[in-house]
Write a protein that binds this ligand. Sequence first.
Ligand SMILES: NC(=O)c1ccc[n+]([C@@H]2O[C@H](COP(=O)([O-])OP(=O)(O)OC[C@H]3O[C@@H](n4cnc5c(N)ncnc54)[C@H](OP(=O)(O)O)[C@@H]3O)[C@@H](O)[C@H]2O)c1
Length: 333
Amino acid sequence: MGTFAGFFYRQLTIKPKPLAADVRLDGKTAIVTGANVGLGLEAAKELAAHGLARLILAVRAVAKGEAAREQILAQTPGVDVQVWEVDHESFASLDAFGRRASGLDRLDIVILNAGVKNVDYVASKTGHEAHVQVNHLGTALLSVHMLAPLDRTAKALGTPGRLTIVSSENHFWAKFKERHAPHMLAELDAYRECFKGLDKMNIERYSTSKLLNVLWTRELSDRAAKLQLDVVINTVNPGFCASSLHRTDPQATTAVNLIAWTSAQGGHCIADAAALHGEVRGAYISEQKVKNPSSFVLSPAGKQTQLKLWKETVDLLAKEAPAVDALQRLNSV
Ligand SMILES: NC(=O)c1ccc[n+]([C@@H]2O[C@H](COP(=O)([O-])OP(=O)(O)OC[C@H]3O[C@@H](n4cnc5c(N)ncnc54)[C@H](OP(=O)(O)O)[C@@H]3O)[C@@H](O)[C@H]2O)c1
């Protein structure tokens, strides 16, 4: 896992499969972020076709969400498809979305998929570097908000809730030098050298943000288990797929033409991780199988970085979203 040769081989030889027809999600409610386009839309379509009662498309542009809703209903009429606004570049918007989700009478499946890839430094509206804000902080805050409604539904119905965070095989390739800084999130915001030269070519910062997704998933899953929350929390690599994610990366065009899977195939990987794999928790799912994440993630240094990431993220989110009770409860174990 994780070598470039292996990556090319798997892209060329593996064809992700859609969920089998007998996988039924009847009556369930799912939330998918970044569901207006790309892999999120494809995963949402696939879950809807397997019997969801209600599907919430979490999008930053409602008009795009409405267009996605029409596509899903054209394929699977009868699902209650709702479009909810959420902007990962606004803590107030993330918090409002989380509170709205907490009020749902039922929540079974959440896929946190929204993400960006930039080859140049972009400051988000919050002032944090965009990968840090959108891919890590936004995902982390939503993940914490989702636990209570997922757990409540799980305990009422006797089936675990499922929270899936979309990461990437790119996490294997992150150098993540910033982890050595006294405050690594501040260093990620400040450090711009990785947007130059070879690191820029290797999309180092995007890869780091996907490593943060893997580390966050593992720590959140451990803490949720200690609190006896009945939520299966995993992370998924959807494979390298043609989508608008690569729009700022001209280098990716050749690779997309040569080896990319379709967005629908990436959607199959996400739907598979969200609906299957029983009660395996804190897992990294890639090519529709539970696999090992990078050796760094599994190393003592990786565990130390995971804990440091947890602490810094909780401290930051506690200032930005101070009323999120779950954050303090998870931090206490
Ligand atoms: N495509 C690949 O090769 C690949 C490989 C591995 C992992 N992934 C991961 O898969 C996920 C989906 O990627 P994709 O390929 O489907 O990319 P995409 O087509 O560009 O979709 C990204 C989604 O994220 C949303 N988003 C971006 N910024 C947001 C913000 N500030 N607030 C709320 N939503 C925001 C986008 O909304 P707008 O449409 O409004 O911009 C869009 O819905 C990402 O997490 C990505 O890292 C992709």
